[in-house]
Structures are given as C-alpha cells and as structure tokens.
Design a protein around this ligand. Structure first.
Ligand code: G3H
Ligand code: ZN
Length: 285
C-alpha cells in the first residue's frame, strides 16, 4: 500500500496516521523504531530547514535503510516546502510525499504553484499535500500569546475549489491549530473540520498541523470528524533537547557521543509512541 492508501484506510477506520519531524538521524531512528514497536507505518517529515541540516539525500537514504532494517513502511515527506523549486528538489531527491505550502501566497498563486507540483509529481507516483488557510506560530515553545484570527481559518467552500483545482491528495487546514506549544490551550473548531470533510472528496485526506500542545480530547474529536493525518514536531524537539541538556550536565566529562545522546533518542521514541497510541494508529499495517 502507498501513503494515499493508508490515509484512505485511516479515514474509513476512524484513526489517524502520525507525521513526525526529524533533523537528526537519531530522531529518524527513534520515529521508525516507535512505529515498528507498535506495528504501524512511519511518516517522517523534514521541513526545508531540517532537510538542509540533514541533507535531502541522507534523509532518503535513512528512509530506505529503516525500511530494510525494520521491515515496515517508512514514508518521507517534504514538510512545509514553501516554493515550487524547493518541492521539486525533494521530489528529485526521492521523497515519496510532498507538502507544498503556498498558503502565505494569494489564492491564485497557491492554486497554480500547487497544481504545478501535482503535475510534476505524477511521474513519480507520490502523494502531494497542499495547504489552505493561515497557520500561525513556529515549532517551539511559544513565549507570547498567539491569537488565531477568523480570517486565518480554512473556508469549506474554498477548500473544495482548491482540491478540485489542484488535484492534491491531502489538504492541510487551519481550524484553530497553531505551530508550537502555545501559552494558552488551543481550541479546535471541530464543526469547521466536519464541514470541510463534507465539502472535500473522500479520497483527499485532511491534515492537522501543529499537533503539539493540543489536548488529547480535542485530538480525538478531530479524528472522529475525519482528520486522517496529524503532524507533531515541537514535542519531539522538546523531548530531544531536554534529554540532551540533562545528559550533558550530568556527565560533563563524557566524550563518547553515543553515551550522551542515547537517552535523547529514547525520549523521542517515547513521545512518538504515546502519540501513535493516541491517534489509534497501533496495529494498523
Ligand atoms: O509540520 C509540522 C507540524 O505542523 C508541527 O507542529 O510543532 O506544533 O507539533 P508542532
Ligand atoms: Zn506544520
């Protein structure tokens, strides 16, 4: 089964696939091993910054290595690639999933650029995600209060037009979610997700970005109305860096890198497992 098949299965069976970001090979391994332990698929994403750090070809090689080593499906996504050029770079490198995010552009430019990537990707038989609506914040612990404005939110009718005009396989939406862990509790607009789900053809998966910091109850409610893929980054970044900081301060004389960073890998694995269980992704292969 390819990624689109898994997303269809998730929607039909009322669970969600997890998408987890990585910029280090250790995080990559932690995510893949967590998926293996829970008998499910792994979707690993690199933003433009993360891909630049890890290397596009290294990310592809890691995906192939973990497919071979663990015998599970590992999909590699170009998360939030913000230009046609950047998305094409990921496709050419061998990514099997593309997120072309032109949501900050005027609508017509978003449609034409996304469509260009859908056409380009056809030769490679990969899954393409577009984005509509404005998502505030960055994948970090936010130190200022972020307010989602009504005009940020995805309009169900425009969502229908967008997916029909572009031909995307997945749609990232703005429904009260933000990137990063916010100071106050986010409030997802569940009714809006439901309306978008009704407006958009069933073979297009709805994606919830900004999964860190959203209470479990709201995550479950979002899945119940049709979210089939949830992105987590900040929780991974926090788990990894906090564990590293602790190891370095506890063992200031240690010079063997793998003795210092193993707990960080385990911390990432733990959080990924918790999220996969929350999403209902366990034993879905
Ligand atoms: O694309 C990445 C995700 O949307 C991450 O969001 O950092 O709030 O978990 P997050
Ligand atoms: Zn995102």
């Amino acid at each position: 089964m390819n990624l689109n098949d898994y997303l269809k299965k998730a929607l039909e069976e009322n669970w969600a696939t997890g998408h987890f970001n990585a910029s280090e090979s250790d995080q990559f391994r932690a995510i893949a091993e967590a998926a293996k332990d829970l008998n499910t698929i792994a979707i690993i994403g690199t933003s433009e910054g993360e891909a630049k750090h890890l290397g596009y070809f290294e990310a592809v090689a890691l995906r192939d290595a973990f497919r071979k080593e663990l015998g599970i499906q590992v999909f590699l996504n170009s998360d939030h690639h913000k230009s046609v050029e950047a998305a094409k770079k990921a496709i050419d490198a061998g990514y099997d999933s593309i997120h072309i995010d032109l949501s900050a552009e005027p609508y017509e430019k978003n449609v034409s650029g996304t469509k260009e990537i859908v056409e380009y990707a056809k030769n490679f038989h990969i899954s393409v995600e577009g984005e509509l609506g404005y998502l505030r914040g960055e994948s970090k612990i936010e130190k200022e209060k972020i307010t989602v404005k009504p005009e940020d939110l995805t309009n169900p009718d425009t969502a229908e037009d967008f997916v029909l005009s572009t031909g995307v396989n997945r749609l990232a939406i703005s429904v009260g979610n933000i990137h990063g862990i916010s100071m106050d509790e986010p409030a997802l607009d569940i009714e809006r997700i439901k309306k978008i789900r009704e407006a958009v053809p069933k073979n297009v998966a709805l994606v919830l970005h900004g999964g860190s910091g959203i209470p479990d109850k709201q995550i479950k409610a979002a899945i119940a109305v049709g979210i089939a893929n949830i992105h987590i980054n900040t929780d991974i970044r926090v788990a990894y860096t906090e564990a590293l900081r602790e190891e370095f301060s506890k063992n200031s004389e240690e010079v063997v890198p793998y003795k210092l960073d193993t707990t960080a890998r385990e911390a990432v694995k733990k959080i990924v497992k918790e999220k996969l269980i929350l999403f209902g992704a366990k034993n879905r292969i």
